[in-house]
Every structure is written in C-alpha cells, then in structure tokens.
Design a protein around this ligand. Structure first.
Ligand SMILES: *Cc1c(COP(=O)(O)O)cnc(C)c1O
Length: 384
C-alpha cells in the first residue's frame, strides 16, 4: 500500500530526535511563550530571510492576524476588497471574511494552478487593499509581476505560503529559477503566512503557524493581537485573540526545519521522475518546474477520466487525493460572501477545469524509488 502521505514514516525517520525534543519541553515545566518558540522564530526568520517571524496557532490565524493588523494600522473599512485565487484551500478566503473584508476571486493559470497575474489588474477597484498570492501546490507565484501591480495601485501583498515552505523565487529568472540566490516563500512581499499542519512540507504534530515579515510595526501588531491584544501582562491595548504556537510544537519544528531543504530536494526528485516517466494518452502532465521555485507539496496531474484512474490506482494500493474538488465559488457557505469582481458573476471556467480534472499523486520525502516507479508503472501499463 502506498499511502498518499505516510506521516509515521516521515517522523520515524528522525529517530529519537523528535522524542527527545518533546521530552525536554515536558521536563522543562514551561509550555507556552518560552524559549523554544523564541528560538524557532529566530531560526525560521533566518531561514526565510526575513527580519521577523511570529509563531501563531495555525495557518488560518496567520492570514487573519496579518489582515486584521493592517486593517487596524491603516484604518481600512469593512467591505474593503482583497484579491484571492478561486482555487485554494478555504482558509485563504475565510481569513478575509473573518476580518470583515471582501474576497474578490481570481482565475488561476491554465498551465499551472497558481493565480494568473495577468488577470489581477482588471479586478482592482478603489476599494482594493490587498493581493493574496497563494503558492499553490508548492509553486511560487509570479511575485515580480504581482508586486509591480501592487506598487502601482498602493496595495499590500500577503503571501499564503502554507504549501511552499522553503520555495525559492528568483527575481531574475522567475519560474525558471535554478539559482541559490532566490528569495524564500514568505519573503517576497509585505508578509508571509505559514501553516505547520502535520502534512505540510514543514509540519509539526498538531496545529501551528507563523507570520514572516520585514516590517517591525506589523510584527509587533501581530504578536500583540495573537496574545489577547497584550504586550505587557494584564495590560490589553486591543481586544485581540488567542493564537499561540506552543513550546512542544516549536521544539518539533526546530528539529524538522534542519532537514527541510533535503526533504524538498527529495520531493523535487520524485516530481522530476513522475514528469519524465509518466506517459499515457489520458493523462496530461503539468510542466515540471525545476530549481526550487516549486517544492511540490502536491504533485498534480490532469485527467478527464479521473475517477477511473483513481480507482485503478487504489486497486493497486496507490492512494491519491484531489486538491480541490470544489472551488471556492461553488462552496455553498461562501457564495454570499465572495465576489467575482466588478464585471460580475462567479464564472471561473479555468478554476472549474482544475477542480474537475486534477489528481494528486503520492509525493513524500519518505517514498522509495521503487514506490515512485510503481506508481508510474500503474498509470503507464493500464488502458483507460
Ligand atoms: C493548510 C493551508 C492553510 C491553513 O492552514 P491551517 O494551519 O490548517 O489553518 C492556508 N492556506 C493554504 C493554501 C493551506 O494549504
């Protein structure tokens, strides 16, 4: 059986390191807002190349806290607009709604599933405040183009980097990046939001998240809002919320961060193997992105006969998933709260195509070459 993701295998591969990190926190007698979180914040900021990192409770809160802080700092009104891709995990959109702003949905590219930067301009109005590029599946969005548009219209840019820990964007070469001199996800805009949910490229063993930024005022506001609006114990300058990374999760993340680049390189190897070996008339491959501007949180393929392919793989013991079967504009709970922009309706044919055709093949640093080869053979050797 090749599970879509085998977290036990991933975490077992750290030997006793994770156990002893947890044991030390348990023995320390200090569990929230302590030295593990502080050390992790420094290490993750260093890794991303940002000046600041603030640990928070989860990825949804990371997005929410940044938007809420900006709304407060710049005096934005309820209903001011935020551009988000239509094909993303719901957290990206929910964060916008939660703080009283209005999500304006944008189509993805046909070739890759990330936001189509050429469609952004037409969605901007005088109420637009933020663009949220989501580095979907682990692939960096075209940040130079997005930042240029944002600058021209005085907008903030918040990267949803929850699927792209460690991805490198090279401002010279864009999506063709092969250099070590790129900028990490979370350091290509005004702020980055991360989730450390167990299945992410950098995952803890519960919930966790972080905000990265080079803006001191934002970092301080996020930190304060995440801790009951308080900087000094029992003095509450704002209402705020409770969203904290805890010591055990931070200790786990410190161990796993050291291996993130190695793990991402293994994902890239697997993605390259899939991309060069899968060959079937019913399967459309998504062009391989080398060099690290894609860290393959998800390896997507397109297939018109998706359910047949999935059941055939499952019969052979290969588990697959779909990211995501129902796009934002077709989610009942969200239809009222979102908009397709000034020219109207919730009509997103490219996003629908991704939702209808996408299949995510298993990709994990713990997969063996044999397993990867077996997945390829299962696809290539069957007629459908
Ligand atoms: C996982 C994820 C989130 C939310 O993370 P949680 O920690 O589950 O709240 C946000 N955005 C994207 C794109 C994600 O994949």
């Amino acid at each position: 059986m090749i599970k879509y993701q085998n977290l036990k295998q991933v975490n077992d591969s750290f030997g006793d390191e994770l156990m002893s990190a947890v044991r030390e926190v348990v023995r320390s007698g200090w569990y929230v807002r302590g030295q593990e979180v502080e050390a992790f914040e420094h290490e993750f900021a260093d890794y991303c190349g940002t000046t600041y990192c603030v640990g928070v409770g989860n990825g949804l809160d990371a997005l929410t806290l940044v938007l809420d802080s900006w709304k407060e700092m710049y005096g934005w009104n309820d209903g001011d607009e935020v551009l988000v891709p239509d094909n993303t995990f719901m957290a990206t959109v929910l964060a916008v709604i939660r703080v009283g702003l209005k999500p304006i949905l944008a189509e993805p590219q046909i070739k890759w599933a990330v936001i189509d930067e050429s469609r952004i301009k037409s969605l901007i109005t005088e109420r637009t405040r933020v663009i949220i590029p989501v580095h979907l599946y682990g692939q960096m969005c075209e940040m130079d183009a997005i930042n240029r548009i944002a600058k021209r219209h005085h907008l903030k840019v918040l990267e949803d980097a929850s699927q792209a820990h460690g991805a490198l964007y090279n401002s010279q070469n864009g999506l063709e990046l092969t250099s070590l001199f790129g900028r990490r996800a979370g350091n290509n805009s005004d702020a980055g939001a991360f989730s450390f949910y167990p299945g992410k490229n950098l995952g803890c063993m519960g919930d966790g998240g972080a905000v990265t930024t080079n803006d001191l005022a934002l970092a301080e506001m996020v930190r304060m809002k995440a801790n009951y609006g308080s900087r000094t114990k029992y003095v509450h300058e704002l209402l705020g919320m409770n969203s904290r990374l805890d010591e055990i999760q931070a200790a786990i993340l410190r161990v796993k961060l050291k291996r993130l680049d190695k793990d991402n390189i293994r994902r890239l190897e697997i993605a390259e193997y899939y991309s060069t070996h899968i060959c079937h008339p019913a399967v459309e491959l998504v062009p391989f992105v080398s060099g690290g501007s894609h860290v393959y949180h998800v390896y997507p393929i397109k297939c018109k006969n998706r359910e047949y392919l999935r059941s055939l793989l499952l019969k052979n013991g290969v588990e697959t998933l779909i990211h995501y079967p129902v796009p934002v504009h077709r989610q009942k709970a969200y239809m009222e709260a979102v908009s397709g922009g000034s020219h109207g309706g919730l009509d997103f044919p490219i996003s629908d195509m991704w939702a209808n055709d996408e299949v995510s093949l298993p990709i994990s640093q713990s997969m063996t070459d044999k397993q990867v080869q077996f997945v390829v053979d299962c696809i290539n050797q069957n007629i459908f």
